[in-house]
Design a protein around this ligand. Structure first.
Ligand code: KIV
Length: 292
């Protein structure tokens, strides 16, 4: 096997679970289209999440609640075409798994059959354990998501850190244990104190993937548009911007507008020439116009 072939081996759910025992920290980033998916894949990220953050980051909604299955599948298919190596996780949108077990299994199956996903993610604690069991029994790996769960943030008092007091911290640990037992292969912990994330990571056998959950998780996830500084509407305090692409894009667009106005773009380098072939064209056309 060549070094490249080894490097390009597709990451499996078993690899994700094994990483915890190997002490290898996992990375997951979001992608909603083929170019970004290809880019983060080539950089070596372990998992690509087609998150329902799609709604806010790409589709311009105010929350993740309006996102539909069709919108998720459209973008998951695009992200699937971009990746070659990372595990592709489709995020189940609000109301695609809450109404009944049958709907949940069918919708999870659509991510696998129609969008080439390797797994699905869904939010919630004890109330979704039955769904997790049914979906995993159908042969579909499930990633859990506890702490701040954006689809139901209203019930949690808004976009706030969860598990700050002893009772709610214990509840999150109990939810994590129950999801572990129900069969999740990993668990997103969103917006919880670092000490709690550490306790959850020690309490369960599958990797925890933190977002705003401190350094002691088994892996970390960020929304790619946040990480590269492309999403300007708001930035959660736990986000580290590794680049500032929005100002660069604005500068490029402003230059384009200015140069078009000045007649500077396109210059010779960015235009086509026919050589001699069309040399008489201008004169003929001028002649035609003046001759009526
Ligand atoms: O939708 C999403 O992008 C997510 C991550 C932030 C974990 O759920």
């Amino acid at each position: 096997m060549s070094t490249n072939a080894k490097k390009d081996k597709k990451i499996t759910v078993a690899d994700i679970i094994a990483a915890k025992n190997q002490g290898r920290r996992l990375t997951m980033l979001t992608a909603y289209d083929a170019p970004v998916s290809a880019l983060v894949d080539r950089c070596g990220v372990d998992m690509i999440l087609v998150g329902d953050s799609l709604g806010m980051v790409v589709l311009g909604y105010d929350s993740t609640v309006p996102v539909t299955m069709d919108e998720m599948l459209h973008h998951a298919r695009a992200a699937g075409r971009g990746r070659s190596r990372a595990l592709l996780v489709g995020d189940m949108p609000f109301m695609s798994y809450q109404v009944g077990i049958r709907d949940a299994v069918i919708n999870a199956g659509r991510f696998m059959k129609e969008a080439d996903c390797d797994a699905v993610k869904l939010e919630g604690g004890l109330e979704v354990c039955e769904v997790v069991r049914a979906v995993t029994r159908a042969g579909i790996p499930v990633m859990g998501h506890v702490g701040l769960t954006p689809q139901t943030a209203g019930n949690l008092g808004g976009f706030k850190v969860q598990g700050r007091d002893l009772a709610s911290a214990k509840k999150i640990i109990a939810e994590a244990r129950a999801l572990n037992e129900a069969g999740v292969f990993s668990l997103v912990l969103e917006c919880v104190p670092g000490e709690l994330a550490r306790a959850v990571s020690a309490a369960i056998s599958v990797p925890t993937i933190g977002i705003g959950a401190g350094v002691d998780c088994d892996g970390q996830v960020l929304v790619t548009q946040d990480l590269v500084g492309m999403f300007e509407k708001f930035t959660p305090s736990f986000v580290k911007k590794y680049a500032e692409l929005a100002p660069l894009m604005k500068e490029a667009v402003s230059c384009f507008i200015k140069e078009v106005g000045q007649g500077v773009f396109p210059d010779r380098e960015h235009s086509f020439s026919s050589g001699e072939t069309l040399s008489g064209l201008l004169e003929d056309e001028d002649g035609d116009q003046s001759g009526g």
